[in-house]
Ligand binder design. Structure first.
Ligand code: DON
Length: 304
C-alpha cells in the first residue's frame, strides 16, 4: 500500500477546500492556535511511518487524553469500575448535564466529560501522586520523557470550566465522586492539557492496534481483552453525538479532542493521528474527519 502517495493526495485536496469550522475559543488559551495548522502521521505495525504537514508540532490533545486515563484506570481497577459508569453512547454533547440528572449521576461512558471525571476520581484514589504518576504512564507508553502538561492551558480551563464543575458536583451529590471536587477538576484539566505531536500520538495509539502490546518494547501495557474493549468504546462513543456519523464515514475506532486532534486505529494494521484545529458544532475537527473518511475509502481500511 502506497500510504505516502495517498496521504499526500488527500491532504492537498483537503487543504484546497475552504470549509473547515471554527477553532475552539471557550478555553481562551486554545484560541491562540493557527487555524491553518494541518498535520498527519500514520504508523504501521510493520514499523513504517508516513506523514504530512505539521506532524511534528505539538498541540493540546484535550479529550483524546480520556482514552489514556481510561486505559490506566481499567488496568488498575479491572471490570469493577463499570458499576460507576457505563459503556453506552450518550447521543449528547460532550459536556451535557441533562442525562446525568435523570440517570442518577452514572455517566453513560468514559469518553464524555462526566465519565472522564469519574475516571479522574478513580485515578486519584488509586495513584500515590496522581498527576505525576499518570504523566509517567503516558511517557512510558510513548517512550518519550519530554511529553508534558501545559500549565497555561490547564489554568485557562480551570478559570472557565463551569460546566465541568457542575458535572462533578452533580455526581458528588449522587455519591459517585469520592474525592474532593477541586482535586478531581485539577487532575482532569491537567490530563486535557497534555501536549504531543501527531507522530507521538500515532505511536501511542499503536498499542490499541496491537492488542495492548507496545510494538516498540514487546511489553503488554494492557491485556488484549481490555484493548479490545477500549477500541469498542472509542468506536461507539469517541465522537460524542457524532459517533454514529464517524463510524458511518470513517469506520475506525477513534477519539477526538477540541484541540483539533484525532487519534484512530485500524487494529492489526496501523494507527493514525490527524490535527487541524477548526471544529464543527459537535467539537470535532472538520478537516480531520474529512481526511480520515477519504483515507479509509482510498485504502479500503474501514474495519467494516
Ligand atoms: O472538558 C473540556 O471542555 C475540555 N478540556 C475537553 C473537551 C474536549 O476535548 C471535547 N472534545 N471534542
Amino acid at each position: 500500500m502506497d500510504y505516502q502517495h495517498i496521504i499526500d493526495n488527500i491532504s492537498k485536496e483537503i487543504l484546497s477546500t475552504s470549509s473547515r469550522g471554527e477553532v475552539a475559543s471557550y478555553i481562551p488559551e486554545l484560541s491562540n492556535v493557527s487555524p491553518d495548522k494541518f498535520g498527519i502521521h500514520l504508523t504501521t505495525l510493520s514499523g513504517n511511518d508516513f506523514s504530512y504537514g505539521d506532524n511534528l508540532d505539538r498541540f493540546s490533545i484535550q479529550s483524546i487524553s480520556k482514552v489514556l486515563t481510561l486505559t490506566l484506570a481499567f488496568k488498575l481497577k479491572g471490570t469493577s469500575m463499570w458499576t460507576r459508569l457505563g459503556v453506552e453512547p450518550s447521543g449528547n454533547p460532550f459536556n451535557s448535564l441533562v442525562q446525568l440528572e435523570y440517570e442518577n449521576g452514572i455517566p453513560r461512558n468514559p469518553l464524555i466529560n462526566s465519565g472522564a471525571l469519574v475516571i479522574s476520581d478513580i485515578l486519584i484514589t488509586e495513584l500515590e501522586n496522581p498527576k505525576k504518576d499518570f504523566l509517567e504512564f503516558v511517557r512510558s507508553i510513548s517512550g518519550n520523557s519530554s511529553i508534558s502538561y501545559n500549565q497555561k492551558i490547564a489554568e485557562s480551563e480551570n478559570k472557565h470550566g463551569h460546566r465541568n464543575a457542575a458535572l462533578v458536583n452533580l455526581m458528588k451529590s449522587f455519591e459517585n465522586i469520592n474525592n474532593n471536587v477541586d482535586e478531581v477538576l485539577d487532575f482532569y484539566y491537567h490530563q486535557c492539557s497534555l501536549e504531543m505531536n501527531c507522530k507521538e500520538l500515532a505511536h501511542i495509539f499503536l498499542l490499541y492496534a496491537n492488542r495492548g502490546i507496545s510494538p516498540y518494547t514487546g511489553k503488554e501495557l494492557i491485556s488484549a481483552s481490555k484493548a479490545k474493549r477500549i477500541n469498542a468504546i472509542m468506536q461507539t462513543c469517541g465522537f460524542y453525538d457524532q459517533s454514529g456519523d464517524f463510524t458511518f464515514k470513517v469506520g475506525l475506532p477513534g477519539k477526538s479532542g477540541v484541540g483539533g486532534g484525532i487519534g484512530a486505529v485500524n487494529p492489526g494494521v496501523y494507527s493514525i493521528a490527524v490535527w487541524s484545529p477548526p471544529l464543527n458544532k459537535k467539537g470535532n475537527s472538520v478537516r480531520g474527519i474529512n481526511f480520515l473518511e477519504q483515507l479509509t475509502t482510498d485504502t479500503q481500511s474501514s474495519i467494516f
